[in-house]
Each structure stands twice: as structure tokens, then as C-alpha cells.
Ligand binder design. Sequence first.
Ligand code: SF4
Length: 198
Amino acid sequence: MAKKKKASPGAAPSQTLTSLFALLRVQGASAVRWLDVVDIVVDERVRLKCQIPLCDSYRFNLMCPPHVPSVAEFRSALLRFSGAVLIQITEHLTKPTDNNPSANVFAPAKRLHQLIHLAEKQAFEGGARFATGLIGSCCRLCEECVAVRSGTSCRYPFRARPSMEAMGIDVMATAERAGLPLRFPVVHQVTWTGCVLI
Ligand code: SF4
């Protein structure tokens, strides 16, 4: 097992990341952390949970399995990165949720998607040419993904991104290593987590 390191924004490799952190906070991120690549936890059991029990997005969202790279491919590519900017959005829910999450639970996930897109763009323009954004939950840019009915091309190929969990990242373990533990079940507040690999 990889040795646990203390995550800190100071571990960010460049000044670009320092200004990126500030920008993300201004734009609504609840938390931003730098995470070394050894602290990004990949686990094949995460991908297994896309199918057992079967997620309703499996096969019906172009940014979800089986349309995305395998966990083995992702694990191999991940080793080429230095680490990731982990980004969270936390929102209090005016109405507590039960087992049937309503739209207000997923609304912050859409805002996280925008932040990931912004962070990826800023990192790229700052010189991180392989910057790769991963969102939280399945892509919700469209009311209904084209994968549901047609199998045609993505409507927003430059904006759509897969989630951390779709790539096999254990989001709970990874967030914990960043000092940002997640709380379940979602009742009074919801936290969505994404990252940009640098
Ligand atoms: S942008 Fe639309 S079509 Fe593309 S993956 Fe997301 S939901 Fe599907």
C-alpha cells in the first residue's frame, strides 16, 4: 500500500495552481486541495459497483461504463500524472432527502462540472497540457444522454467528462486522504467531489 502523505496546497507544483485555488474558491468551490498521485486511490471494486447492483446510467450515459476506458487503462495512465486538484462543492439541503434524491441534490453536481471545466482550462493554459478533468456522478449536461436512444455522438464532446468513480477512483478514500471526508447517507447536506489530474 502506498505510504500516506499529508496533502497540502503547498505541495502544488507551480504558482499556476496557487492562483487556480484562489479562482476556484471565488467561483464557489467549498474546498480545494492538492493531492499527490500516490494518494489517488483506484479500486476495481468501484467499477464493479456500476454493475452490481446495476446503475441506471450504465450503458445509458456516454461518460459512464462501458463507454469509458477500463480501470486498468486508467490506472496505467494515472501513473503519468503528478497528482490532482481535488474540488468539492457542499450545499445544505432545504428539504432533507430520503432514498429518492430530488433535483436539488444533483444541482450542485452541475455546478461542480462547470468548476472542473474551468480548472482544467486554467491548468491547460498554465502549461499542464495533459490536464484532465473528472466530475462527480454521471454527465448531466443534457436532460437525456444520447446513449439512451440512439448511440449517436455526444452533443457536447468538449464539455462532457466522466466522473472520478467511473474511472475506478475510490472517491471516499481519496477525499479522506485530502483531509476532506465525505458523509453518507445524504440527508441535510450534499457534497460532490471532482478533480483535475495534472
Ligand atoms: S454531454 Fe450530453 S450526450 Fe454527451 S455524455 Fe453528457 S449527457 Fe451524454
